[in-house]
Design a protein around this ligand. Structure first.
Ligand SMILES: CC(C)C(=O)C(=O)O
Length: 476
């Protein structure tokens, strides 16, 4: 099994093992109240068991923008789905790093969006569905030419006992029946193990996964397991105990239920600020796939942002593998301009301020060497050059950087912080703050200050500022 022996793995973990965990069909729900006392903030407990890292040879990202993402906002129009799907395709690149995207098929509109995306004929992201677990919906998916579909198999006792009113044995039988229906129709079932981070891992999750792997062997159909951290309880601390340990869950499914990495997918939520780290940990410990949404939209605090995992992919693999990361900026622009979605300015990689600085001392560094205060060449990689926001503390260096970046001045054209123009702008900025201004300066305002200064003296600026003069006059 050469593919399992790579630089991150300590042992070959996928061999048959002697731990035959069977279903514990308990009479009373196990709600792990030691960790999840509802009247208290949940606790992270430790059993000090650590598990080996195992980075799969191939990792990828799947998308849930049109399913979990859409559940948490006003539904997208058909055009919006198609536009965003095209951007996902662009981000994915020819190797299919964004491998799949899941769609609803409930309404006419859902089906039209799916059909229009399919008609584009892209190999990646492959379109999959999410359906109600009944034969009619399987048939619908099949008729539409769908190969794989997600089905809900909630696995904590919160769901089995308290929501569905069943025993674990009844739930298991029901789920296996649905999976068999899908297999009989030739559809690949993707089993969404809802609430896995509050489930009895050895008493339900592993025995159920073992049954699924038996069906996989009998049918030859690659049944997938999506590990859903529904309320974001997953943690990555070494030695944290199950069911909250992300690496423990991934390792346990691989080792005790013999689920191969290629059939394991992590789906997280951000309730405790851990969504990105949890997804990366799932990769590192043996899940080939992580499920994400654009800008992390999704239930409550959202899902794992696809842009974060695209960047994390490059950090872990050392290559973009054909992904066009500029699509990240286009996705953000689309959300802001077309969907009127407010992106928190501090959001990494997409927020207005993610690579901008206000502090004069940072701007001074940027002026000397951009690398000092920018995380990477964001201009080249994301199409987002580093920027300086002019505020009370920007100083001469900040203003000089703003002028150079805003007017794209290069080489000898660049303006120095000691230049007379920079001093004039600074004087005006200082005057306004002295008079009680509290907000930062917008680009238009700064352009007007430059127009009012005697810009003709600054050869490098003449061409640009003359244009500004025209625009500003037209706007006046
Ligand atoms: C509905 C389920 C599958 C889900 O998306 C989740 O658990 O987060």
């Amino acid at each position: 099994m050469a593919s399992e022996n790579n630089r991150y793995s300590k042992t070959n973990l996928l061999q048959e093992n002697d731990y035959n965990y069977t279903l514990q069909d308990v009479e009373e729900a196990n709600l792990f109240e030691d960790m999840f006392d509802y009247d208290q903030v949940p606790k992270i407990t430790f059993n000090h068991r650590t598990v080996p890292m195992h980075f799969p040879d191939e990792i990828w990202i799947t998308d849930t923008t049109f399913r979990d993402g859409q559940q948490a906002r006003i539904p997208f129009s058909v055009k919006e789905v198609v536009d965003l799907y095209k951007l996902l395709h662009k981000l994915s690149g020819p190797k299919g790093i964004i491998r799949q995207s899941e769609f609803f098929v409930y309404t006419e509109k859902d089906r039209k969006a799916l059909e229009e995306c399919m008609a584009l004929g892209y190999e990646f992201p492959e379109i999959t569905t999410w359906i109600r677990a009944n034969k009619k919906d399987f048939a619908l998916a099949k008729d539409m030419g769908i190969r794989e579909t997600g089905i809900l198999v909630s696995c904590s006792d919160y769901h089995i006992f308290n929501k569905m009113g069943m025993t674990r044995g009844q739930a298991l039988d029901k789920y296996l029946g649905v999976v068999k229906d899908a297999l009989n129709m030739g559809i690949v079932p993707r089993c969404h193990f809802e609430d896995i981070t509050r489930a009895d891992f050895y008493g339900f999750v592993v025995p159920f996964a073992r049954e699924l792997m038996k069906l996989r062997e009998e049918s030859g159909i690659p049944i997938k397991i999506r590990m859903c951290d529904t309320l974001g309880y997953g943690v990555t601390y070494p030695g944290a105990s199950l069911p909250r340990s992300v690496q423990g869950i991934v390792y346990g499914l691989r080792f005790y239920a013999n689920v191969p990495s290629t059939l394991l997918e992590w789906h997280g939520h951000n309730d405790f600020y851990k969504v990105v780290c949890n997804a990366a940990t799932a990769w590192l410990y043996g899940a080939s796939s992580v499920n994400c949404s654009m800008l992390g939209i999704g239930e409550r605090t959202g899902n794992c942002p696809i842009e974060a995992m695209a960047i994390e992919y490059v950090q872990l693999k050392g290559t973009q593998d054909g992904m066009d990361l500029r699509a990240i900026t286009e996705i953000a622009d689309y959300f802001e301009t077309e969907l009127k979605y407010d992106i928190n300015p501090r959001t990494p990689f997409v927020g207005r301020n993610f690579n901008s600085t206000r502090a004069g001392i940072h701007a001074d560094g940027l002026l000397k060497d951009e690398q000092i205060y920018n995380i990477f060449n964001t201009g080249k990689i994301l199409g987002r050059p580093v920027t300086v926001v002019i505020g009370e503390h920007s100083g001469l260096a900040g203003i000089a950087h703003w002028v150079n970046a805003h007017f794209k001045l290069e080489g000898v054209q660049k303006i120095d912080k000691k230049s007379e123009l920079v001093q004039k702008i600074k004087a005006e900025v200082d005057r306004q703050y002295a008079e009680g201004r509290t907000t930062s300066f917008g680009d238009n305002e700064l352009e007007m200050i430059i127009r009012d200064a005697d810009y003709m003296k600054y050869a490098a600026l003449c061409a640009h500022v003359a244009d500004i003069g025209e625009t500003v006059k037209a706007d006046d």
